[in-house]
Design a protein around this ligand. Structure first.
Ligand SMILES: [Fe+2]
Length: 467
């Protein structure tokens, strides 16, 4: 027996599940609103087999997508399916799906799941292709945008609600550049721009406004020999931090770089501008530093919601803390993306878990989860309210669904997974976005625990009209 502590990413609420289930007519406490007709989907790591549990990192597990189908006031089904990379299909004894590859990479995307142009895509960053899923979460195969995607994509594309186009910034350990990609509503990439960067930075997210693209070139770089885990990116203290601003239709030479204090950004909430070459405003979660020694250490990272005003005339970035209590997984109304918004949502982190993951030494380790509450921000009034997880519970990312296509910005629901300790299983909560503190209008009781994971989407039966 080893004396090493168990890997926190393989135990407690992180522990992978071993079965794929399908359950129908789920029990519901409360009532599912009739307007919710579609599927809530969420992706996350769920390793099939871990060769070296000591070095396993949460970010490297094969993706499993969990889904709940809502219609006519009912929760019709829950199902969970691994994304079938060749490695996953092989271990499950299934035939391989084949299809395109980027640099031969075969990784089951574990980070996000999002619809685009009639395709449902499981997403990951780092150079691997998205994988397309069918409506019941079976894998169709790797998806390269009908042969038009030059490399990989990313886990955080932005779907412009005005144009219907998908924008992303991809990075890859093998590239001396990052790649801005725009796919049209026909599902084909119509434009890409290779932007040179030094040192293979990790760029988990980017921001998009009506006129600009914002790049986060920050001090986390590819260095597998320094990481000590299966996640090959580390904090590089020697590296300057900067953000790049590209006009939407600009070329690489048009990128303007502005230095910022060293920090790391996983996620922005939303961004908007006041015109070409003016000021870009972005709300984002800022970590002081991350992946020091390959892991996040409890207390070593703080994750604050900040507002950055990128003043292109003055060549300066003004930073303002919106909330100094740690949060992550920020989201906004998808109809407001790239345009001025008033409301946003995030998950309040449990004290002592660090930013993007826990650590075995934490007294609030993974058994207690990561998410203590879900927070709604009124950014115009400087107010917030929250819904708290029960003791021992854990709450995940909130996905906003408007009550109708023309409903006001916060008129709708937040869908989120809550690990419910009394049941020892997970509920899908339907929270009223206008009154989070009132608690859920419906709790859909899933038959199992859904391991802690990352990002999700609501896929309505009828695609929303353009904003
Ligand atoms: Fe993310």
């Amino acid at each position: 027996m080893s004396d090493d502590p168990p890997n926190p990413y393989l135990s407690g609420l992180f522990a992978p599940v071993h079965d794929e289930l399908t359950a129908y007519d789920l029990p519901v406490t409360g009532r599912v609103p009739d307007a919710l007709r579609g599927r809530y989907l969420r992706n996350g790591p769920n390793p099939l087999r871990v060769e070296d549990p000591g070095s396993y990192h949460w970010f490297s597990g094969e993706g499993m997508v969990h889904g709940v189908r809502l219609r006519d006031g009912r929760a019709e089904w829950y199902r969970n399916r691994w994304v079938r990379s060749d490695a996953v299909a092989g271990q499950l004894g299934e035939k391989l799906l084949h299809g395109p590859r980027h640099l031969g990479m075969d990784f089951a995307p574990n980070t996000h799941v999002q619809p685009f142009a009639g395709h449902l895509l499981a997403l990951v960053e780092g150079g691997s292709l998205p994988y397309e899923l069918d409506p019941e979460l079976y894998t169709i195969g790797p998806f390269d945008f009908h042969g038009t995607l030059p490399g990989g994509l990313s886990a955080h594309p932005v779907l412009d609600p005005v144009s219907g186009e998908l924008h992303a910034v991809a990075y890859c350990w093998a590239w001396p550049y990052v790649q801005y990609v725009v796919a049209g509503t026909d599902g084909c990439v119509r434009r890409h721009v290779d932007i040179p960067v030094r040192g293979r930075p990790m760029m988990h997210d980017f921001s998009l406004t009506e006129h600009h693209v914002l790049l986060y070139d920050l001090p986390v770089v590819f260095a597998p020999h320094r990481s000590g885990t299966s996640f090959p990116y580390v904090w590089a203290a020697e590296r300057p931090a900067r953000i790049g601003v590209l006009p939407r239709e600009g070329r690489a030479a048009d990128v303007r770089w502005l230095e910022v204090e060293p920090c790391f950004v996983f996620h922005h909430m939303n961004a908007y501008d006041d015109g070409p070459g003016g000021t870009i405003t972005v709300h984002l979660v800022v970590h002081d530093r991350l992946f020091v020694g390959g892991r996040t250490e409890p207390g070593a990272a703080t994750a604050r919601l900040e507002r950055w005003d990128v003043d292109l005339r003055a060549g300066a970035v003004r930073r303002q803390v919106v909330d100094d209590c740690p949060v992550e997984l920020p989201r906004a109304d998808p109809r407001r993306l790239t345009r001025r918004h008033r409301f946003g949502y995030a998950v309040r982190e449990r004290a002592g878990t660090g930013a993007a993951g826990p650590h075995a030494g934490s007294s609030h380790g993974p058994a207690g989860g990561l998410g203590a509450a879900i927070v709604k921000y009124d950014l115009a009034r400087g107010k917030s309210e929250e819904f708290r997880a029960p003791p021992g519970g854990d709450i995940g990312e909130g996905v906003f669904v408007p009550s109708g296509p023309w409903a006001a910005e916060d008129d709708g629901w937040l869908l989120t997974l809550l690990y419910e300790p009394v049941r020892g299983a997970t509920d899908l909560l339907v929270l009223p976005a206008r009154d989070l503190a009132a608690g859920p209008v419906a709790r859909i009781h899933l038959p199992v625990r859904v391991p802690l994971g990352f990002h999700g989407s609501w896929v309505p039966d009828e695609p929303p009209p353009r904003a």
